[in-house]
Design a binder for this molecule. Structure first.
Ligand code: PLP
Length: 395
């Protein structure tokens, strides 16, 4: 294969071509290497590979060619130095914590992160003497107020779920760095197509590949992207030992997901924007949360920080929980599921599902109203999506 530096190519091209090291079989599509271990030419070579003096595969918990291809491709796309793949998005988040934290450390985490991310800090790292403060994503003063000399990192998701609030990545990166701390961004909602956290100062980017990277709801996987130094010192040793490795089959699915990510994200954004504008006009809808709308509180920031506004729309019905459930049950085509980032449109009632375990007070404090409905807008015809919602909106 010709020696090409993929840094010289566009994101769209990297997504399709980077990471494939063609074998002696001259295959055009990346093969799935289903092998648990690798063979050494001699006892000496085995010894040198184990000490790391010569590079090469040892065992598929550590490295695998199909997984490597996925890692390399995603690293290019995020403009990060190195990527490591994990068995799920949560495994990636767990790895960052296990790799970077020790007893006595402190973390500041946005209150509006994925539910299991909250639980990782609250229920697990807390058991081992890591203290976490949870703060309002968009209130930079709240972050400043709790950051301490032992704060190891700040953790955010932007846009947030389900209220689609936008954090100022540059401002939080500056705050973290002024305190000798790191900024970690879960870039699952935007993907590198819409947002590049490293260009804004982030130190570590996390993905749940399960969502837009797969894009068709087939596999669970995750990734951590960071500098060579962070990966080599903190994340890779944990992956190799902790074992939450991505399977070669899933890596192969995610590789083909990456190949269509740019066109899918644009189409998701176009459909979502159109749906948001349409919902905003409907008399049963009191508020639409979508950063593309001028009515969104961080519309300007979203415009600066993202290339488009994303595929997730949430909205509040004047009729509260009862109308929300009626609307959801009246859909014929849209899938009632909490998953997101799929070509199929999905609908969910956060108050009784993803955020149902919160107390009513905590839910109210988080701004999640009883009439809130979240839609992950898919790639079906936009008129079919609107029509599927129209029946329930009118009830
Ligand atoms: C789904 C999700 C995760 C967790 O990923 P899994 O692949 O389900 O483990 C983390 N962060 C965000 C923003 C998510 O949506």
């Amino acid at each position: 294969m010709k020696d090409i530096d993929w840094n010289d190519y566009s994101l769209e091209t990297q997504a399709i071509r980077a990471g494939h090291k063609r074998t002696h079989e001259d295959e055009h599509s990346i093969p799935i290497f289903t092998t648990s271990s690798y063979v050494f030419k001699s006892a000496e070579e085995a010894a040198l590979r184990f000490t790391g003096q010569i590079p090469g595969n040892i065992y598929s918990r550590f490295t695998n060619p199909t997984v490597n291809a996925f890692q390399e491709r995603l690293a290019f796309m995020e403009k990060g130095e190195r990527c490591l793949a994990f068995s799920s998005g949560m495994a990636a988040i767990m790895a960052v914590g296990m790799g970077l934290l020790k007893a006595g450390d402190h973390v500041v985490c946005s209150r509006s992160v994925f539910g299991n991310t909250l639980l990782v800090f609250q229920n697990y790292f807390a058991k081992f003497g890591v203290e976490t403060d949870f703060v309002d994503l968009i209130d930079i003063k709240a972050w400043e107020a709790v950051i301490k000399p032992n704060t190891r990192f700040l953790f955010i998701e932007t846009p947030s779920n389900p209220l689609i609030e936008i954090a100022d990545i540059s401002a939080l990166a500056d705050l973290a760095h002024a305190h000798n701390s790191l900024l970690i961004v879960d870039n699952c909602f935007c993907t590198p197509i819409l947002q590049k956290p490293f260009e804004l100062g982030a130190d570590i980017v996390i993905h749940s590949a399960t969502k837009y990277i797969d894009g068709q709801g087939r596999c669970v996987g995750g990734a951590v992207i960071a500098s060579d130094e962070i990966i080599e010192k903190f994340i890779y040793p944990y992956l190799r030992t902790g074992g939450a490795t991505m399977s070669p089959f899933n890596a192969w699915v995610f590789l083909s997901g990456l190949e269509t990510l740019a066109v899918r994200m644009k189409a998701h954004c176009d459909n979502a924007f159109e749906l948001a504008k349409w919902l905003e006009q409907h008399p049963s809808v009191s508020k639409v949360h979508y950063p593309g709308l001028a009515s969104h509180a961080q519309h300007d920031l979203a415009q600066r920080q993202q290339s488009q506004f994303g595929g997730i729309v949430s909205f509040e019905l004047t009729g509260g929980k009862e109308h929300a459930w009626t609307l959801i049950d009246a859909t014929k085509m849209i899938s009632i599921t909490a998953n997101l980032g799929d070509v199929k449109t999905t609908i969910t009632h956060p108050g009784t599902t993803t955020h149902g375990r919160l107390s009513p007070e905590a839910r109210a404090a988080a701004g999640i109203k009883d009439g809130l409905v979240r839609i992950s807008v898919g790639l079906e015809g936009i008129d079919d999506i609107k029509n599927d919602l129209l029946t329930g909106l009118q009830l």
